[in-house]
Structures are given as structure tokens and as C-alpha cells.
Design a protein around this ligand. Sequence first.
Ligand SMILES: *[C@@H]1O[C@H](CO)[C@@H](O)[C@H](O)[C@H]1NC(C)=O
Ligand SMILES: *[C@@H]1O[C@H](CO)[C@@H](O)[C@H](O)[C@H]1NC(C)=O
Length: 214
Amino acid sequence: MASLFTSFLLMLCLFVVPSLSSDPDPLQDFCIGDLRASPSINGFPCKSSVSASDFFFSGLGSPLNTSNPNGVAISPANVLTFPGLNTLGLSMNNVEFAPGGVNPPHSHPRASEAGVVIEGSVFVGFLTTNNTLFSKVINAGEMFVVPRGLVHFQSNVGKGKARLITAFNSQLPGAVVLPSTLFGSVPEIPNAVLTKTFRTDDATVNNLKSKFAV
Ligand SMILES: *[C@@H]1O[C@H](CO)[C@@H](O)[C@H](O)[C@H]1NC(C)=O
Ligand SMILES: *[C@@H]1O[C@H](CO)[C@@H](O)[C@H](O)[C@H]1NC(C)=O
């Protein structure tokens, strides 16, 4: 009887806490295992000497220089620029738009995003995995969310400049920016793949590659 009860408790535990035994979410794009090293954490090792300045960051500064083909500039506060965020599962960006500026379709593989418009008028949209577009024009003081990993964009549709502050539930959300991922990779994706994918010809693919080459 006692062993039956013990088995029941064990089964209950297995069913109730499965999430505690799963792998941690990745904190970087990849981590090639060094089979000779001792176990390490999925992130960065910790500094031994800490001071107040480790917990403050002045790098979200404004205004940013938006003189580029997209008319958008981003200053990130993630673990690479603000190491105090390490292991906290948080980061933020300052995003500024010239008139007509577009933050092109991209996704963050490791984070959902919340954003608030500080200045201007911004058309914000994201796409579901069944290609449904959810979009709206929002103004200063209004917020949006983008579920983790979904493709999204923002476009300044106001007369002047626009500014957003975004927040992420990852210390390093990562960004897959579709145009440069597909047409600006190193080495290049072969034209045979891209012409078939986009049902187009070499001239069109070469034209796009020429715009995103690094
Ligand atoms: C802004 O960036 C452009 C392009 O890189 C550069 O030519 C220009 O001098 C910069 N403007 C300022 C004010 O830094
Ligand atoms: C796609 O998702 C949307 C929103 O969840 C839903 O309304 C729509 O019916 C779906 N379309 C298809 C083709 O499954």
C-alpha cells in the first residue's frame, strides 16, 4: 500500500513539474560544445567585483543618426552593451525613424517585444505563422506587442520623425532581418536557391544582392 502511495506521489511530481526539468532557453545563437571543458552556464560568466555603475546605462541616447537607406536607427541596451542585464531576461531598444523611415520585416528568435511610441505616428504590424497580418497606426503614448519569433515591421507614417522604446524578455533577443538575411549573407545564398524560392530570375536576385551586400 505504502509503495503504491509512493508511486502515486512520484507520478504526480513527474506530471506537475515537467517544465523545471527542460533545457534552458538559448541566450545566444549557438554554443558549440567543447567536450574537454568543464560544464558552464548558457550565457556569460559573472564578474567578481561589482559596483553601482554596473546597474546603470546611458546608451539609449537620442537623437540618433537616421541618414541611411531605411531611415531608421536603433540603439540597443542588451547584454552586449549593458552587461548588468546578464541572466535577467530583459533588454530594451531606442528606435528612431526619419520621415518615411521603415524598420524592415524582421523577427527576434529569443524574445517577445513590447513597444511604446514616444514621438510621432507609426504603422506597426506583425505576421502570424499562417500569414495573417495584424497591424495598426499608433501614436505617442500608445503601445504594441509582438509575440516571440513572429515577423514584424514598423513604418513612420507621420509628417515628422518618430521614436519608439521597445522592451524584450531576453538579455539578447537576436534579430533576423529578412532582406539582409536572404540577400546579404556571407557567404551568399546561391542564386539557384533564391530564383526558385522567389519564382524570379538571376537579374532580379543579383539586383537585390547588390543592395544588401556587406
Ligand atoms: C549621419 O550618417 C551619415 C551616413 O553615415 C553621415 O554621412 C553623416 O555625416 C552623419 N551625420 C551626423 C550628424 O553625424
Ligand atoms: C489564420 O489565423 C487567423 C487568426 O488566428 C484566423 O482567423 C484564420 O482563420 C487563420 N486562417 C487559416 C487559413 O487558418
